[in-house]
Design a protein around this ligand. Structure first.
Ligand code: PMP
Length: 438
């Protein structure tokens, strides 16, 4: 740790191969790049190095006896850009800069009262002890019931592992089934963490591009052409973060036929946005397709559907063999999810089919916002956009703006600099498409 004084105060800097900053009161931090080396901190602003020497404590860099090298695993992964931008935007907001945060997929609705009440009751009633590693039987039974009723997939409670969010469920599955040298097939654009999760497992992410003219859906022929004996896991996300594409049953059936030809290949179906979907689009669970049940790991969670991002609750469903392997990893990482949140999860699933009215009210609002934004962006010159059929993101092509010079900022070179520009000048925090595209 070291403190650096610039024109504003950066209170914490953590050193590694890259450095991260927290609680910074510097409004245009996004134009500021910091690079930490053994010799000190190099600070670059708008491409000019303005400070090459910064205050550090001796023990941080000089003559240290501590081996500060990090594991090959952590060096192989990139930090989540979405998380970094969101945290930065939150820090700016807390320091009085009125940033509009549109980076993380965090619904602005309150968790429905019945769910919140169930969580509070759990605390009041002293339901505050460890739960079984895989989750309470009560919640796993409720999940099985939901999967049967809403998704037409049959599971027993020992085929479910509840975790601290869908993100944990995905990474545990990747770690449980992938070995060094395996390939993880990821259609682009993708949820930012998938490739890094593959790297964490020493596997290789294989990114399959898509095209706006095809609503960013995976082309089955491209999939077929890229499968080899090293292909271990295909990650599907429908409705998709970030493009909002929804895979039709027919397209999923085509994909299933290809998957069936590759005995080593498993499918992780991330269905966290299943209920945030805009009719006439409908959701199909990959595991419900003929022959796919025993090779599919279905991931879902409570964050998006029930506006419960901060509660941290998700789950995986699959055959006992694979799900137990995920549970084994969880037993050494975190153990069972929070007892309180699991009670809230039972209440959430008790709201009825697709979350009942509480959820349909939120989906209606998301739809209105989508319609307004898609229409507005379509009116802008040079902007290309495909209409999302689900989730609550827009994946917009602004490339016709690249190369333009903006007064007081410089050249908009790519999505990264566009996002920096929009944060600095428009006070809107967005995620650059670059990092979720290749
Ligand atoms: N999968 C996708 C596609 C997501 O967008 C997210 C959250 N942005 C997650 C998983 C993680 O969700 P959770 O909050 O349940 O960890």
């Amino acid at each position: 740790m070291a403190s650096v004084l610039l024109t504003a105060t950066i209170s914490t800097i953590t050193f590694g191969d890259q450095c991260s900053i927290s609680r910074c009161a510097f409004p245009s931090l996004s134009t500021l790049h910091l690079r930490a080396t053994q010799k000190g901190i190099h600070v670059e602003m708008n491409k000019r190095v303005v400070v090459v020497k910064a205050m550090t404590t001796k023990s941080d860099f000089d003559d240290t006896d501590v081996d500060i090298s990090l594991s090959h695993r952590v060096n192989a992964v990139k930090p989540s850009k979405t998380v970094a931008i969101s945290d930065h935007a939150t820090a700016l907001l807390q320091s009085g800069v009125p940033v509009i945060r549109l980076a993380a997929g965090d619904p602005d609705f309150d968790t429905p009262a019945v769910i919140a009440e169930a969580g509070m009751n759990a605390i009041r009633e002293g339901y505050t002890r460890y739960t079984p590693n895989a989750g309470t039987l009560e919640l796993r039974q409720a999940i099985c019931h939901k999967l049967k009723e809403e998704n037409e997939i049959t599971y027993t409670p020992d085929e479910i592992v509840v975790s601290n969010g869908a993100k944990q469920s995905v990474v545990q599955a990747v770690l449980a089934v992938c070995s060094p040298g395996d390939e993880v097939i990821i259609p682009a654009p993708f949820y930012t963490s998938y490739p890094e999760m593959a790297r964490l497992a020493d596997a290789t992410p294989v990114i399959l591009p898509s095209h706006i003219s095809n609503n960013f859906l995976l082309d089955p022929k491209l999939l077929e052409a890229n499968l080899t004996e090293r292909s271990r896991l295909l990650i599907l996300c429908s409705p998709c973060n970030p493009a909002g594409s929804v895979y039709s049953k027919k397209l999923l059936e085509e994909i299933a036929q290809i998957v069936a030809k590759h005995p080593r290949l498993l499918v992780l179906s991330d269905e966290i946005y299943e209920h945030i979907i805009y009719a006439p689009a409908t959701h199909t669970s990959f595991a419900s397709l003929p022959g796919m049940w025993d090779r599919t790991l279905t991931v879902n969670g409570f964050s998006k559907t029930f506006a419960m991002t901060g509660w941290r609750l998700g789950y995986i469903a699959g055959t006992k063999h694979f799900v137990a392997a995920c549970g084994k990893i969880q037993s050494q990482f975190t153990s069972g999810a929070s007892s309180i949140f699991q009670k809230a999860g039972v209440a959430a699933l008790g709201l009825g089919y697709a979350g009942g009215e509480a959820v349909s009210t939120m989906v209606k609002a998301f739809r209105e916002r989508r319609d307004f934004l898609v229409e507005s962006f379509r009116e802008m010159d040079g902007v290309k956009i495909s209409e999302p059929q689900g989730a609550f993101y827009l994946f917009i092509d602004f490339s016709s703006y690249y190369g333009r010079e903006v007064e007081g900022f410089g050249i908009i070179e790519n999505s990264d600099s566009l996002c920096r520009y929009l944060l600095d000048k428009g006070l809107v925090a967005l995620v650059p498409g670059e990092c979720i595209w290749r």
